[in-house]
Write a protein that binds this ligand. Structure first.
Ligand code: GLU
Length: 307
């Protein structure tokens, strides 16, 4: 970072399936931006919803990242072991009078996952906020509620390193979001803000489909008295037909085959060339790319990687 503070970056995969090239690209930019100024690169496994993560999911991710030349600083953080910490921050929000039980079930299912644009996120209309105490008691007899946080009618602006200024009215465009599901699983939005702050992450690099999550992240940190990071939302990697890569569409299997047949330097070289970091394709290691790295070199539009 240019104010003399070293970058602490991170890669935060959800081990619900195999990684695809877009995940590797994200890890690569997070790693390079941290190492460029001698900073740290952390790995956090976002296995909040343990039931949806295959047993060897995290280990496979770690193995593949190591094969590609990634090295991590500090301990690997696993969200599944941090429930008590999230509970403490939920309590703080409760003490501030900002939480309420919600008995609606729609969208709760995916609350533990990052709300990617393609997931069809919607703004909750706040209907359970208006329930009276006796209505709450009555509903609780038949249903365990999830917990939502009450969002303010306030505009928060992110100064994104890649995308520039992005503003959002938290109440109108994000809405009261779930912080704990009815099955007790803490939700992505709470966990990500708490974890980044507690592990000293000051630079979050991730796909641009999560840009719309950043204002709520900042608001939550401000509300909880936590430091918030700067953000760099980078272009997505798409297939030849323009389709965004996704674990659900088998793009993890494609990467698995690539990892079997290509060297780490070939894969990193392809990503570096396709994204604009180097002008000519060459096989290159992550370490060699550190000096070359500059956010300004990254293409602004989606990236297609050809092998
Ligand atoms: N675990 C998230 C995902 O796989 C990434 C969230 C983040 O980088 O903030 O989509």
């Amino acid at each position: 970072m240019n104010d003399g503070v070293k970058t602490v970056g991170r890669f935060a995969p959800t081990p619900s399936g195999k990684m695809h090239l877009g995940n590797i690209f994200c890890a690569m930019i997070a790693y390079l931006s941290a190492k460029k100024d001698g900073g740290e690169f952390l790995l956090r496994i976002e296995d909040l919803d343990a039931a949806r993560c295959p047993k060897d999911g995290a280990e496979n991710i770690i193995r593949d990242l190591k094969k590609l030349g990634f090295e991590f600083d500090g301990e690997i953080v696993r969200q599944s072991s941090r429930t008590d910490i999230y509970a403490e921050y939920e309590n703080r929000l409760q003490k501030l009078g900002l939480t309420y039980p919600c008995f609606c079930s729609r969208a709760e299912l995916h609350a533990a996952e990052a709300p990617h644009l393609s997931d069809g996120m919607y703004v909750y209309d706040g209907r359970c906020l208006r329930l009276t105490e006796s209505q709450r008691r009555e509903r609780s007899k038949t249903k365990t509620p999830c917990v939502r946080v009450k969002t303010p009618d306030k505009t928060v602006t992110v100064q994104d390193i890649v995308k520039g200024a992005y503003s959002q009215n938290i109440a109108k465009e994000c809405g009261d979001f779930v912080i704990r599901r009815s099955d007790g699983v803490y939700a992505y939005r709470l966990a990500v803000a708490v974890d980044d702050a507690l592990s000293g992450v000051n630079t979050v690099v991730r796909g641009e489909d999560l840009l719309s999550s950043a204002p709520a992240h900042i608001w939550l940190c401000e509300t909880l008295g936590l430091e918030f990071p700067r953000f760099a939302h980078i272009p997505l990697v798409t297939g030849k037909n323009g389709r965004r890569l996704s674990k659900r569409d088998g793009d993890g299997d494609t990467l698995e085959k690539i990892l079997e047949h290509k060297s780490a330097e070939e894969i990193i070289g392809r990503l570096a060339f396709s994204s604009g970091l180097i002008d000519k394709y060459e096989s290159i290691s992550l370490r060699e790319l550190i000096d070359v790295f500059d956010f300004d070199k990254i293409k602004k539009s989606n990236i297609t990687v050809e092998f």
